[in-house]
Design a protein around this ligand. Sequence first.
Ligand code: TXA
Ligand code: MG
Length: 345
Amino acid sequence: MNITDDTLRQAADFLAAGELVAFPTETVYGLGADAFNPAALARVFEVKRRPRFDPLIIHISGLEDLERVADIASLTPLVRKQAADLCRCLWPGPLTLILPKIPSVPDLATSGLPTVAVRFPAHPIAQKLIRLLNRAVAAPSANPFGYLSPTSAEHVREQLGDQIAMILDGGPADIGVESTVLDLAGSTPRILRPGGTPKERIEAVIGPLEAGETSESAIPCSPGQLKNHYAPKIPLILHGQAEMSSVPYNRSEGYLFFSSDSRSRWTKTQQPDLDGEGESRIRTLSEAGNMPEAAANLFKTLHELDKLEIFAIHAEQVPNAGLGNAVNDRLFRGAAVPFPEQNCR
Ligand code: TXA
Ligand code: MG
């Protein structure tokens, strides 16, 4: 629905009644539920077909709400200061903090963990909705578990439309990749999921993050960070930037390039015989090679390619700096090739 004060009020009423409402955030669309209503939380897991071991992010609409979900007092003075600095400098925005939880946060929201994921989104619609409910809103991305994330109301409607009370349409998501998940509950701050807030911005606030050791641990460090996540239905094959130009052209496959430069390197080598349909199978995230634009287009373009009658999607890695880190993470996880194991405790 288009958004007026009335529709927002109606959406908040649905949430208060234990129903689910999809809403826009600056990263991706969220599937919202009252964070303190276990029955509504159970519906989130059911609708998304999400395993119960994968905890949800709790969304708040102001710094003053942080202590309604997180036990700040239990942090050491150093971590308390790091948390305060991060909140002051990077909230509202695409950063989720993992903090010790307070007992009243339902176990379903945190999958029984002693910690809670908290985020203060920047999107005005998200903020208004949470404020109207006057309670925190648990919201995973509004897609079936494991599938491409939704960056438009249309994506949500196609995937979950018949199962939820309402979808608030705020247009295409600005950032297009999920929030960065930063663990502040361990011995040292650690990124569990690269996302919309680049590592460099976090380091500018709290100093260098330790490069973690790799581990073969089978326990996911952030339970949602499984391989084969963010995956299209059609197999996604990931190539290094250098390799991409030698991927042979095939009429029944799709191609996803970072920029027009990389696309033309490939076109020169492969000389695809393009008919009118070729263009829809050969896509570019950002003509100019602009990373924020590439991130914003990532899921939208993958959704579009996933609807074509093709057997595989070849994608190239993007330059691995800033937001590029999050884009590559999503590509690796969506691809048949597993991402190198991340450091897990
Ligand atoms: O940008 C976003 O973060 C979007 C929008 C809607 O805000 N939300 C989102 O939620 O991406 P979801 O559920 O798709 O991803 C949540 C991630 C998962 O990887 C989950 O495992 C991790 O956060 N997470 C949640 N609680 C955690 C905890 N206590 N400890 C470690 N990881 C946690
Ligand atoms: Mg998700």
